[in-house]
Design a binder for this molecule. Structure first.
Ligand code: 13P
Ligand code: SF4
Length: 302
């Protein structure tokens, strides 16, 4: 059954000059039909570079929206329209304006996990891969950071003399990981290397050996000579590491560290998306132009 779906997706991709971009938190079988699999930064670069006519974004809403802003002439499709990011939904344009009004003239950095409207009123965007470099590039002593308070505070801990005022947003999936989980995992696997995503609580991050984005975690685990790794991020990362490096052991920090919205997409949804060209993402022109500047500045930093 899956085999038939996979073949049909591949046929439609070539017929329609379409590509499929898949985030590493997607159900692992989506990789079978993906042209590129990676983290937010990698996928936004691929969306900006492609000469395909259609981009099917197997990810969450803000990722497809970012792809549309970067490639406004292409048709961008999100296979399941309900797949929003719960962190991105924590800040609206009004909430951003309210937050900014409490501070005077400070550069505002937004995590890519945010809506186009929020991006349109921020100075520069970042992902978890480049957040430290992006903030450094501003040469500012004090900034605002939205919406992820934990990523913002992590960046502050990595830079000398920069005060980062953070909006109180968070990722409900990563916040399920508690410091006790790290302590227990270390007792159980004393030789393992512990890798954590910076969306985790700052107390969790402090206990990790390596802190990094999805891409950094995957790269570190693949290049390391160590054999056992505890992974404190979404389960999709562990699924892919297990598949790609069967001679190493990867332990998910605890059961069910899953982003439910990332798991909505099935192969059948990708097929439906390509066949019926739904659900098409559109962004208001004015908003899109301003949000583009915010994203473009980030892409210039790296
Ligand atoms: P990455 O930037 O590491 O892909 O993370 C995106 C995300 O939504 C993490 O929860
Ligand atoms: Fe958003 Fe968290 Fe899901 Fe990432 S894991 S898409 S931040 S809700």
């Amino acid at each position: 059954m899956n085999k038939d779906i996979i073949e049909e997706i591949r046929r439609l991709k070539s017929e329609k000059n379409a590509i499929v971009l898949a985030h590493c938190y997607q159900n692992v079988e989506i990789d079978e039909v993906a042209d590129f699999v990676g983290d937010s930064l990698y996928l936004s670069r691929k969306a900006a570079e492609t000469d395909a006519d259609i981009i099917v974004f197997a990810g969450v809403y803000f990722m497809a929206q970012t792809a549309k802003i970067l490639s406004p002439d292409k048709k961008v499709l999100l296979p399941t329209i309900e797949s929003g990011c719960r962190m991105a939904d924590m800040i609206s344009l009004n909430q951003l304006r309210d937050f900014k009004s409490k501070y005077k003239n400070m550069p505002t950095v937004c995590y890519v996990n945010s809506t186009a409207e929020v991006k349109s009123e921020c100075d520069i965007c970042c992902t978890s891969s480049n957040a430290v470099e992006v903030v450094k590039s501003l040469n500012a002593k004090e900034i605002l950071f939205v919406p992820d308070t934990y990523l913002g505070k992590y960046v502050e801990s990595q830079l000398d003399g920069v005060k980062i005022n953070t909006y109180p947003g968070f990722c409900p999936t990563h916040l399920q990981i508690r410091p006790e989980d790290i302590i227990n995992a270390r007792k159980k696997y004393p030789k393992a290397i512990l890798l954590a995503h910076p969306e985790c609580h700052n107390e969790v991050v402090k206990l990790a050996d390596v802190v990094g984005s999805t891409a950094k975690i995957m790269r570190y685990a693949s290049e390391s000579n160590e054999k056992t790794f505890i992974i404190a991020t979404e389960k999709g990362v562990v699924d892919r590491l297990k598949r790609d490096y069967p001679d190493k052991e990867f332990i998910l920090i605890k059961e069910n560290i899953i982003c439910p919205n990332m798991k909505f997409n099935t192969l059948a949804d990708i097929l439906n998306s390509l066949k019926n060209e739904e659900y098409e993402i559109t962004v208001d022109d004015e908003i899109s132009k301003k949000a583009y500047n915010c994203i473009r500045k980030m892409l210039e930093v790296n």
